[in-house]
Design a protein around this ligand. Sequence first.
Ligand code: ZN
Length: 373
Amino acid sequence: MTEANALFLRLEGPFQAWGDTSKFVIRRTLDAPTKSGVLGLICCAMGLSRQVARGRLSELNRLAMGVRIDRHGTRWWDYQTVGAGIGMTTAGGGLKTGAQGTLVTRREYLADASFLVALQGDAKLVHEVAEAIASPKWPVFLGRKSCPPSVPVLAKPREGESWTNPGCHDDLIAALGAVSWHPRYKADATPHNGTMEALVEWRPASGDDVAPDDAEVWYDVPVCFDPPVHEPRFILRDSISPAVGEALQGPAPAVPRPRADYTNAEYRKRREERIKADAGLCVFCKSPGPRMTVQHVTYRRAGGNERLEDLRSLCGLCHDAITMLEYGLGMGLDRINPEDPRWRERIIQKRAEILKFRSLETRRRRLAAEEVE
Ligand SMILES: [Zn+2]
């Protein structure tokens, strides 16, 4: 096998946070891993403290980095407190000191994102980094310590290839295209359309080269982690069409069904409007009760987003009859419309069944009561 000039990282987890250089109360995340974050992960795997890492960062920075966005993820906010416990006694008997008071900070995350990172450069360094990530000295995390990975970080490009020797590639685009994409669920393959966004580091081939006009400048090349000092690099956005591999999981879980919430204020408002619009009468038997209810003809907007046309006024008896029919038929989100003439006979029949059952039940109770006497 040829000596590898690239290695692949799979960055995937419930949360990731690839911070820009903001040091303020609101900590944002960029839409893809930063070089500073990825090299920080590598330093953790190699067991290099922030101070020791400084001596190796210029060498590690020579690895060119490309990112393929396999799944963008969803932006998510959380808050974190900083400085809690100031003034309290520490385990060692000292006093915890620092800025006065507890500061609440907002942190942004990418939830459920998946990235393929390719690092390309000197074969010896590539091998050393791959070995370190295969058996990390310290736990690795996805940009923030609270973001553990959910799959092995060192990615194997193809079956039969070694984790630590993923082959030789002409450039980062070729490397990122060499790894097949695995949809999470079979159904994901179609909407994905086969192309993926990639962010690739641009470097001058010679001293006279000028970065293309559409190159972005990211200040994420770490010179030092403590205090954080960053230099800029150029990034080009591209698209890649890798081979589609097997889905990682079986069928997608069913989307949770919308449910009625009878305490919801919006629903209650709609319910009153419906009954008023129906003049307080059952739309099926035209009786005013004794008990007026409202039926969902569809649950698609249930839970507070109901429209007037999703509901029908029904007396208790007609509502019971329709509900029994619906259960018997195992109906989904769309239910029986009592105004639809196709249901008329079946509703009348079910109403009669209920009335007969009720009179039998009443007689049974009376007889039972007499027997006790
Ligand atoms: Zn009725």
